[in-house]
Design a protein around this ligand. Structure first.
Ligand code: PLP
Length: 391
């Protein structure tokens, strides 16, 4: 027998932070194995199906042989035009579909790849925490260093840009921000985005705003686009996803919009690594972007009902939390004496309810847990009733 090759992971993989959610997955499997009627409030994945008109368009598009070939790298021009038209309608922002819109295989793909286009080893990326784990991991894969921007209650879960040390600013080339925010559900206003534009211009930092939840909002208070701020297009781009807005997480389609040079840099990485989005999915994406507001309102109303039930339920149990203005998450402090992990285990083992520990999104999330509104209202009521019995 020949000697087997030594299969050694690259340092970038060995250096990945411990995947905290793996432990939860294991606990979840155990609970399900024991026959627990689990209420899973840990998933950021809509339980509502994709609207019918989008599915219908997909069915037709699949039959078209023109779509069976390699798609264009930067996306169908008709899809990018639909994006530009949507931006105009929704945010009153004008975009050149040829140079200021780039199609993505889900926004995670673009977020994951963008540091490869701009970060050299040793460069710094400003990364909000708690936050979407892809920001620091993408930075690590590109050889960059994350500098954490802690999101704390004191600052309304907005980063304190003035607190970034000068020597960090000198090495910082790119920053991520994300509003409406996952996991804290915080939203950002004009003043914050203005500060970001000024900060980025002054310090030569590319801004990447992750707007995955821009359309999941409540009480008819529409979140802003970063690109609505004067000067924003000079400093950065915005990532959007069709996943959360149109219940299309499985379809893998999103886009980035904004600064043409930044998008062209990201496009260079993509042309070398992927071959674009299945054109039938892009056609369905056009249909999605033209969805009637009444359809979207129904989806928002569904989440709003769930939010109201869970918010008042948790408040009634003495939890400390803000009522979310957007996103489908509730971010709440753990009861006294519980770390994030302790509380998640307690609730899973004694109430059969699965939630996400805040520290899984980064150390500043310790002492919090995240509830997702991705199960029907009836189950949310049941979850509150079960938690009532154990705290
Ligand atoms: C869900 C999510 C995304 C990614 O969505 P895609 O399905 O890849 O488009 C990006 N950012 C945040 C904060 C998310 O929660």
């Amino acid at each position: 027998m020949k000697k087997p090759v030594s299969i050694e992971l690259a340092r970038r993989v060995k250096n990945l932070p411990p995947y905290l959610f793996a432990a939860i997955d294991k606990m979840k499997q155990e609970a399900v194995g024991k026959g627990v009627d689990l209420i899973d409030l840990s998933i950021g994945d809509p339980d509502i199906p994709t609207p019918k008109h989008i599915v219908q368009r997909m069915k037709k598009a699949v039959e078209n042989p023109a779509h069976h070939r390699y798609p264009s790298y930067e996306g169908l021009i008709s899809f990018r035009q639909a994006v530009a038209a949507w931006y105009k309608r929704r945010f009153r922002v004008s975009l050149d579909p040829k140079t200021e819109v780039l199609s993505l295989i889900g926004s995670k793909e673009g977020i994951g790849h963008i540091p490869l286009a701009f970060i050299n080893p040793g460069d710094v990326v400003l990364v909000p925490s708690p936050g979407y784990p892809v920001y620091p991991v993408a930075t690590l894969f590109a050889g960059g260093k994350s500098h954490i921007l802690p999101l704390t209650e004191k600052n309304g879960f907005l980063p304190d840009l003035k607190a970034v040390p000068k020597d960090v600013l000198r090495k910082a080339k790119l920053m991520f921000i994300n509003y409406p925010n996952n996991p804290t559900s915080a939203t950002a206003g004009k003043d914050f985005y203005r500060d970001v534009v000024e900060f980025a211009a002054k310090n030569d930092i590319i801004v990447c705003h992750d707007a995955a939840y821009s359309e999941i909002y409540y009480d008819n208070k529409k979140p802003l686009s970063f690109l609505q701020i004067p000067g924003a297009k000079d400093v950065g781009i915005e990532f959007h996803s069709l996943s959360k807005t149109y219940n299309m997480t499985g379809w893998r389609i999103g886009f980035a919009a904004g600064n043409a040079r930044v998008l062209s840099g990201l496009g260079k990485i993509k042309t070398n690594l992927d071959s674009g989005i299945f054109q039938a999915v892009q056609e369905a994406g056009i249909e999605a972007l033209n969805t009637k507001d009444s359809v979207l309102k129904k989806i928002r109303d569904t989440y709003q009902e769930r939010r109201d039930i869970l918010y008042s339920g948790l408040k009634g149990l003495g939890f400390e939390l803000e009522k979310p203005k957007a996103s489908f998450y509730l971010w709440t402090k753990t009861p006294k004496g519980f770390t994030s992990s302790d509380f998640v285990s307690h609730v899973l083992n004694n109430a059969g309810v699965l939630i996400t520990p805040g520290n899984g999104f980064g150390a500043p999330g310790e002492g919090y847990v995240r509830f997702a509104l991705t199960v029907p209202a009836k189950r949310i009521r049941e979850a509150v009733a079960r938690i009532r019995k154990i705290i």
